[in-house]
Each structure stands twice: as structure tokens, then as C-alpha cells.
Design a protein around this ligand. Structure first.
Ligand SMILES: [Zn+2]
Length: 204
């Protein structure tokens, strides 16, 4: 994979946080995207990454995983920490998920890199943690499909929201541009198609 040209990277940034419009994918063949990897995976030459322990993978975590995560977090190819987060339906009990999430929060603050968050049925816990910790780095809810009421609550608490292929169209209409990000995640759609779909529901 070759490096995206600097011209492309910096003339069309979505936000100051990411040099590319696609802030989250698991597709390792994509260029101009933040490719998510797990701590035991290799960095791809020339690519940019996020690294984290997915909440689904929190049941059996050994020290070597934590050590690899902690060292990769400081690598210059890694521009965000995650995806990490809380999932009430899958993974370890929520108390253990919170402990592992807090480790990611600490790495995000130490490295000054934003946090990419997977959250399922745990938004109260997530908001409570943010109020308690008062992080300096952006917290981004990835793949958000929630209703406007929840989106407003998250926005009021300073969260950023990333939308992908599937999203609530009323929610897409109310997120301020400076808090909105885009992702392909597991989708096979092109990021530009996803952005067009979302923008259809937003004021130009
Ligand atoms: Zn993902």
C-alpha cells in the first residue's frame, strides 16, 4: 500500500483529527483510510492506523496484548486509539470492560490521539465516565445508529459522532459539521458514497 499523497491528505481533511475522510475501517486493502488493527497485528507499511482491544475481545486478555497495545499506541503510524469501548451484549462483564476501556482512555490522553468508541447499550456508563474523567482528547462514537435524542445527549456531552453505511436519517440531519465524521467500517461501499448518502439528509 502506498502512502496517500500529502496534497490529498491535507487539502481535504474532514477535521483536524484525521488526515482522511474515512476514519474507521477493518479493510486492510484501503488507502486513504484509518485502518483498525488489534494489538497483535502488524502495522501496514505506509498506512495509518487505529489500534485497540475491541470490547468483544475483552474476555481473555493477557499481559502481552496490553504491552503491545501500549507500545503501538505511541507509534507515529497510529493516529487514534480504538476501537475500544463498552458492549452490554457481548464480551467480558461490564466492570472488566470499563477497566480495559480506561486503559485506552489513558493511552489516548498520554499520546494525544483521539479515541474511537464502540458502544452498545452502555451509553449511560459511557457518558458517566466522560464526565468523571474529563478527557482532553476527542471521544468519537463510531458506527452510530441511534436516534436524535441520544445523539443530542452525546453532543451536549462533547462527543463526536461517526456515521457509516447504516444510520438514522433524522440523526444525520442534526449533527453539527464540526462534530460529524464518516467511516466505512465493515461496509464494502466507497467512503464517498457513504458521505453522499448521509449528506442527502443534511442541509447543504
Ligand atoms: Zn469497526
Amino acid at each position: 500500500m502506498s502512502l496517500p499523497s500529502l496534497g490529498w491528505m491535507w487539502t481535504r481533511p474532514r477535521t483536524i483529527m484525521f488526515p482522511c475522510s474515512n476514519i474507521h475501517t477493518h479493510d486492510k486493502s484501503l488507502c486513504n483510510a484509518t485502518i483498525n488493527i488489534y494489538p497483535h497485528e502488524q502495522l501496514i507499511e505506509g498506512a495509518i492506523h487505529s489500534v485497540g482491544i475491541h470490547p468483544w475481545h475483552t474476555i481473555d486478555i493477557d499481559n502481552s496484548t496490553i504491552e503491545k497495545l501500549s507500545s503501538l499506541a505511541f507509534n507515529s503510524q497510529v493516529i487514534a486509539i480504538g476501537e475500544t469501548g463498552l458492549d452490554a451484549l457481548k464480551g467480558a462483564p461490564i466492570e472488566k470492560q470499563i477497566d480495559i476501556f480506561k486503559l485506552h482512555i489513558s493511552l489516548s490522553e498520554q499520546t494525544k490521539k483521539p479515541l474511537i468508541i464502540h458502544c452498545v447499550k452502555s451509553f449511560n456508563e459511557l457518558i458517566a465516565l466522560k464526565k468523571q474523567i474529563r478527557p482532553s482528547m476527542p471521544w468519537i462514537i463510531h458506527g452510530f445508529r441511534g436516534k436524535p435524542q441520544l445523539a443530542r445527549q452525546l453532543l451536549d456531552n462533547g462527543f463526536y459522532i461517526s456515521l457509516g453505511e447504516k444510520f438514522n436519517t433524522e440523526t444525520a440531519a442534526i449533527i453539527p459539521t464540526n462534530r460529524l465524521l464518516f467511516e466505512t467500517d465493515e461496509s464494502t461501499l466507497n467512503i464517498n458514497t457513504i458521505i453522499e448518502n448521509i449528506n442527502r439528509y443534511r442541509d447543504p
